[in-house]
Design a protein around this ligand. Sequence first.
Ligand code: SAH
Ligand code: SF4
Ligand code: F3S
Length: 473
Amino acid sequence: MPCHKIQAGGLPHCIGSLPRLKISCSLMIQDRTISTRPPRVYLETYGCQMNVADSQTITSILRRAGYDSIDRPDDADVILLNTCAIREHAEERVLGRLTALARIKESRPEVKLGLLGCMAQHNRAAIVEKASYLDVVAGPDSYRRLPEMLGEIGQIGFDPAVDVRLDRTETYADISPDFGGGVRAYVTAMRGCDRFCAFCVVPYVRGRERSIPPTDLMREIRDLASRGVKEIVLLGQTVNAYRYDGTDFGGLLKMIARIEGIERIRFTSPHPSDVSESMIEAMATEPKVQPHLHLPLQSGSDRVLAAMERGYNVAQYLDLVARVRAAIPAIALSTDIIVGFHGEAESDFDATVSMMREVGYDSSFMFKYSVREHTRAFKLGDSVSEEEKQRRLTALIAIQEEMSLDRYRALVGQTFPVLVEGPARRGEGRLAGKTPQFKTAIFPGADDVRVGETVNVRVDSATGHSLLGTALL
Ligand code: SAH
Ligand code: SF4
Ligand code: F3S
């Protein structure tokens, strides 16, 4: 997790390596080990859920090409990092990791090392220069070519195989991602972003908005349902801008709600300006669409919102919150906030604090502004010092922690249907799952409670991050 983020029940933004399947075999002939096994690939994922989903697509593409997945870099023939460029810190983490992984190459020079994803797209020249040991550099629209690129290595001298072309049409719609198992699955509904918020690198690294045809999404989700998936999380950087022919986002939610076996539907990240009546109506009327809305605010100051080119002001955002709460009274709200954007005065920050308190978010992801090359805000500058950004961030986190604790504690005594995901992180025979509002619920396991079932859990106590309760059987 990026260190500046508190996760009080929101969808996780950042993950480590994905669990992988290890299959290998080798044959001893006359004292020599001749490998008959397929090449093994180790893939590590950084960044948002879109990257998690992309890593499943990458795994699927490589499996089709004869590669096996492995969950340790030490035994891999190919090591890939699927990276994030959203903040400088995210890039620094990957560069540090690359240096560590490059050591494996020192002892086994035949190992191929690849940098994929948003960072590859954002910074290819600098990266190729800094990390001369890289064999492959591939952007988010180049994954189909990965087997070919991995095959090219060696034929083209010491140059890495680089493909960072953005493709206005690439959606990988025909590729079934290599779903790693579990009750929840991510499904990419749209790729790219056309909004160009002044601070954000995503439109530059992910390219233009593209919605995946509903027929492909339905096929993929039906397939996931047949494999035991109960909850779908639709993904897109502005997922509610989804449109394909006559189907808008509200229509898509309704279509997915018809799929047998899928019990819960979530989505992230919607953009406030793309919230339509049809979307609110689908959330209000389709019981499968869960009452949780991640509604990134970024700032509570109109001046800063305008400089960020977010496309809404405080009054419009508050009006939206009121409409959503009126239509879906049980809704939980979470958000993203940036502190210390260029030009953010103390009074702007105070406005953000007031706005947070006024809306009363159940959880927030909070970040220090990080200047990103290529973005519109790049040339504006970075007027708030690192110390001041940290001070504002710390203050905001404390406020959210306090609000989360109050909001979670207010649920003590209530009962929620919880989709059981598996053992709780700290074990002790306890199970964990999510409430409809995407709050983590932890409760003692029982013989007749199974993963994938929904059980009613009465909340007995709460922290600011989870609800502790008892399953009512
Ligand atoms: N598409 C989503 C956001 C995706 S990026 C939306 O529009 O809301 C996830 C979050 O990272 C953003 O909401 C923002 O809070 C944060 N972020 C993006 N660029 C950033 C930057 N340059 N510095 C700090 N935080 C940033
Ligand atoms: Fe970035 Fe704005 Fe697009 Fe979100 S909507 S991905 S913040 S440009
Ligand atoms: Fe990062 Fe790319 Fe997602 S920049 S936040 S991994 S779209």
